[in-house]
Design a protein around this ligand. Structure first.
Ligand code: DGY
Length: 322
């Protein structure tokens, strides 16, 4: 390409990254920062060389079946890429990259935050103080569950799961159970007090369960009523991965019927819509998909996407090819 490549950011990115990209490319930015419609995305694929989507942009097989698609690279801003039909992209020779690694600690922090908030009822406590309804200290007020020393089950011991295990084990003395396709190295299992088991055993034995696996056809509805029924009545479920790994209706029922004690959710089936049934439950902590949302991390994600684009344009191996 002799002229500057045309690159589209479907949402606003941190200023530091946008300004670097504007120097390098003919940069188009969705200045409204609202989700682009399917029609706008489909049109963009015809007009720009590189699209940089996010989790809010569904790029499916139908969109990728159009004639005369110009886009050659989808440089995703995020590690999860379940919103992109990878098989359809690859049939067209469109490369797809993501931004792993740089958001590991930030996302693990939010998982730990949800775990602590759910166990210690700090969301409820904050709401009580702000409502003016706090009537003072007493020995039986707002009793909650201690975290230190309790067992944490981690479903999916990749980068984020492992970082969470490290925070939980070293910070709170939590023994770890985990599921993973492959066992972690023995030295790491010893360091993290971690024991690999199957999902049913993990659910039965854990005081807290955190979902950290990718969203795939195999993990859709992985946590349904059958799995929730295996958990202990005092247990809490934490999800910072993707909403559709949990069957939300089954979760609402399990919480309502006391099958489990609480949940902390950063992701939902139909974001940004959160069901009223979930909203009505005090024992659920609800966050707006903010796992990677520190300034440092979002800048690093942008820089990672930029590195993928530069490698693509200079015909180098792509650092984070999906
Ligand atoms: C990620 O990186 O996958 C975050 O969930 C945002 O997409």
């Amino acid at each position: 390409m002799n002229e500057k490549p045309v690159v589209l950011l479907t949402r606003r990115w941190p200023e530091k990254v946008e300004s670097q990209m504007a120097e390098l490319f003919e940069l188009r930015v969705n200045a409204s920062d609202l989700p682009m419609s399917d029609a706008q995305l489909a049109q963009a694929l015809l007009e720009v060389d590189i699209v940089c989507p996010t989790v809010t942009d569904k790029i499916d097989g139908q969109m990728l079946s159009a004639a005369n698609i110009r886009t050659r690279l989808l440089a995703n801003f995020g590690v999860g890429f379940n919103h992109i039909d990878i098989a359809a992209a690859s049939r067209l020779g469109i490369r797809v990259t993501n931004t792993p690694g740089v958001l590991t600690d930030a996302t693990a922090e939010i998982a730990m935050t949800l775990l602590l908030t759910s166990a210690r009822r700090t969301g409820e406590g904050e709401r009580l103080v702000r409502s003016g309804g706090w009537d003072g200290w007493r020995p039986t007020h707002m009793l909650s569950t201690q975290v230190t020393g309790k067992t944490l089950g981690i479903i999916g011991m990749g980068r984020i799961g492992t970082a969470l295990a490290r925070q939980a084990h070293h910070g709170f003395g939590m023994p770890i159970l985990y599921t993973s396709r492959n066992a972690r190295p023995q030295s790491e299992e010893i360091e993290l007090g971690a024991w690999r088991c199957d999902i049913d055993e993990l659910l039965q034995r854990s005081d807290f369960v955190s979902i950290n696996c990718p969203a795939t056809p195999e993990t859709q509805n992985l946590i349904d009523s059958d799995k929730l029924n295996l958990m202990q009545p005092h247990a809490h479920l934490i999800n910072t991965a993707r909403g559709d790994i949990v069957n939300e209706a089954d979760l609402v029922a399990a919480l309502g019927n006391g099958v489990i004690a609480g949940a902390g959710l950063d992701v939902f089936v139909d974001e940004p819509n959160v069901s009223q049934a979930l909203m009505d439950l005090q024992q659920v902590v609800l966050l707006p998909h903010m796992g990677s949302g520190t300034l440092e991390t979002r800048e690093a994600m942008g820089m990672c996407a930029l590195a993928n684009i530069r490698a693509f344009l200079s015909e180098q191996p792509l650092p984070n090819l999906v």
